[in-house]
Design a protein around this ligand. Sequence first.
Ligand code: CAA
Ligand code: NAD
Length: 302
Amino acid sequence: FFRHFSSSSSRFGNIKNVTIIGTGLMGAGIAQVAASTGHHVVMVDQTDDILSKSKANIEKSLQRVVKKKYADNPKAGETFIAEVMSRLTTKTDAAAAVKNTDLVIEAIVENLEVKKKLFSSLDKAAPKHTIFTSNTSSIPIKDIAVATQRQDRFGGLHFFNPVPVMKLLEVIRIPATSDETFNTLLAFGKAMDKSTVNCKDTPGFIVNRLLVPYMMEAVRMVERGEASPQDVDTAMKLGAGYPMGPFELTDYVGLDTCKFIIDGWHKKYPDNPLFMPSPLLDKLVSEGKLGNKTGEGFYKHK
Ligand code: CAA
Ligand code: NAD
């Protein structure tokens, strides 16, 4: 029998060309690490302006990485940055970008309908062997995968912010994900120099199922007037050893992202008290106070 081979890469198991769609906070970090570990990366976003900002952010982050890694040899550090940047290309047309790719990682806005629309169009454009993944924080992978005819080649790759620093990658399978696809994703995680954990397609996978209710519980504590955000953060850093307190972390993740997550879960599981929305979070989001990325959230950022 005849097997389909892509001219640019092997059929499975050896991911060389990666397309990352959405190059905001997460997508830019994923693109940086993929290119740093030798992959050829196409970055896709809505405008060339966003894409050039994302590339500038990657270059800044790479400077931080080489400062330590190449402390004794700054020239080698500059060469490393130039090589990584040369493996990154940009496009605004997602369908055109996936024509020669082994793996798609989607990191666009946390909205099921928008994600489904994107994957449905990519499904028609991408080669047969291409694996599709989402970096969603909270949407069931299987709800996105139904937009495609390749559910056996569909899974989740959930990275953590900041991607160049956080060592973990959650690899998620849906019932339809083939063993071959799942093993390829685990191998890709290793090639990205991440530690992987196997996750089922349950709300929040492992980390966010624990972390998001914790962050929301901190907000509720402040809403009840029991403590200030500053004192909660100091308490959790010095009393529990967390690198950031829950309010610093919510600002860091993005208040809009936290709201997307909690609203989605509340709609699906209205009786679960851990997934109750918060009036304070809603108010800040409606005022455009989304955290570090807009200069203000629970805290003011310079
Ligand atoms: N790019 C490259 N390097 C970076 C970086 C970036 N964006 N951000 C930080 N670093 C590096 C710094 O250069 C520094 O490196 P050296 O040790 O070599 O000097 C190191 O990371 C530590 O950074 P800082 O000294 O600036 O500050 P810090 O010690 O406070 O660490 C932090 C920063 C790593 C972000 C730390 O505060 C932390 O781990 N915070 C918690 C982050 C977290 O929990 N993330 C998960 C969020 S949840 C999520 O992502 C899932 C979801 O779906 C919502
Ligand atoms: P972000 O707002 O920083 O970036 C999203 C990017 O996607 C923007 O640049 C936007 O222009 C682009 N985009 C939106 N719709 C698009 C489309 N149809 N086609 C192409 N590009 C499009 O968001 P983020 O924080 O990077 O989150 C992205 C995804 O990653 C979400 O699903 C989120 O839940 C998930 N996630 C976020 C975090 C976090 O800490 N913020 C952590 C893990 C996973």
